[in-house]
Design a protein around this ligand. Structure first.
Ligand code: NDP
Length: 322
């Protein structure tokens, strides 16, 4: 049912940044609320093993996010399974509209909506999306037991997806546009040591080939960027892992962003172009994009929101006394 829900601090997004902001906000008595978004728990809920979150030598991504959630709720964070579809930061309290018609108002807002997988933008990629083309090996890898699959990309995501797929597929072909990977060295070593993996360097995916009825992928058309040679490789699944883009569409025109759509924040701060609105995690961090840095930025944003609200209250009491 539609209505208006007010919190001192509303956090949009429920990844590591959002939950860390909630823990600090709740302990500062800011009565924060989290609006969970389309993918509650964020990107870590679609990964498998996480080995670089300090304090957890190995933990499954979804389990780590359960710990984050439990920790935030323990201190009284409000939690709404809703998606923000519009905001108005030109008025105060700030206004955010949920997809079900609920209006959320807040004295301060923390944007922690994270990032989403990018696609290559090929027409054939769109045609076979969900029918052999995927951006989530954890979600779809199981369907490729005993089959040949391809992963496109050279970052941590591509290498982790390729390694994960070796559990099911008979062969995993990693296609990368350059002659070296940008993934962590430890992941690269595991990839190079895995006999099920073939790597095609200096190669791009030009077209996904397949059939219409049933809609299915049968091969990948590839181009060697050095020689220009075009070749086809038989594969039944193609996983695209060419980076992420910030989930900021709903904030366009409301806070300043850079050309890549990342929210601009002040130096050494999570403050956005709108006083009282803060941004933390992958939504504003183009450089590090790690769960631990996102959590750190979430903490910063709550501390900054607390300070900003205290300053506003102090200004109000001075003007009331005058
Ligand atoms: P990255 O930006 O790190 O890597 C994207 C890869 O895709 C690059 O190798 C890039 O090539 C390639 N690429 C980009 N555009 C194209 C294109 N149009 N055609 C072909 N290839 C393309 O993104 P990730 O999603 O891998 O990682 C995002 C962030 O999340 C990183 O900071 C990463 O470290 C982090 N992460 C950490 C994990 C962990 O620590 N366990 C797991 C997963 C992600 P090129 O190298 O030539 O630029």
């Amino acid at each position: 049912m539609a209505g208006t829900i007010h919190h001192k601090v509303t956090i949009i997004g429920s990844g590591p940044a959002g939950y860390a902001a909630a823990v600090y906000g709740a302990r500062a008595m800011l009565e924060p609320a989290i609006i969970a978004g389309l993918q509650p728990g964020g990107q870590l809920t679609i990964t498998t093993e996480v080995e670089n979150y300090p304090g957890f030598p190995m933990i499954m991504g979804p389990e780590l996010m359960e710990h984050f959630k439990e920790h935030a709720l323990k201190f009284g964070t409000g939690f709404y399974e809703d998606v923000i579809i519009d905001v108005d930061f030109s008025r105060h309290p700030f206004l955010m509209k949920g997809s079900g018609g609920v209006a959320y108002t807040a004295d301060s807002v923390i944007i922690a909506t994270g990032a989403q997988a990018r696609w290559l933008g090929l027409p054939s990629e769109a045609r076979f999306k969900g029918f052999g083309v995927s951006a989530c090996a954890t979600c779809d890898g199981f369907f490729y037991r005993g089959k040949q699959v391809m992963v496109v990309g050279g970052g941590n995501t591509a290498v982790e997806e390729a390694l994960f797929l070796t559990k099911f597929a008979s062969k995993v072909i990693l296609v990368h546009r350059r002659d070296s990977l940008r993934a962590e060295k430890i992941l690269q070593r595991r990839l190079f040591d895995n006999e099920k993996v073939d790597i095609l360097w200096d190669t791009t995916l030009e077209e996904v080939l397949g059939t219409d009825s049933p809609t299915a992928v049968t091969a990948a058309r590839l181009k060697n960027v050095k020689t220009g040679e075009i070749s086809d490789r038989d594969v039944q699944g193609i996983f695209i892992a060419v980076g992420h883009k910030p989930a900021t569409e709903v904030f366009r025109g409301h806070v300043k962003m850079n050309e890549g759509g990342y929210i601009e924040t002040a130096h050494d701060s999570t403050a956005t172009s709108v006083p009282g609105v803060f941004a933390a995690g992958d939504v504003s961090d183009e450089t590090y994009r790690q769960a631990v840095t996102a959590a750190g930025l979430g903490c910063m944003s709550a501390l900054e929101a607390e300070r900003w609200l205290a300053e506003q209250a102090a200004e109000m009491s001075v003007s009331d006394a005058a």
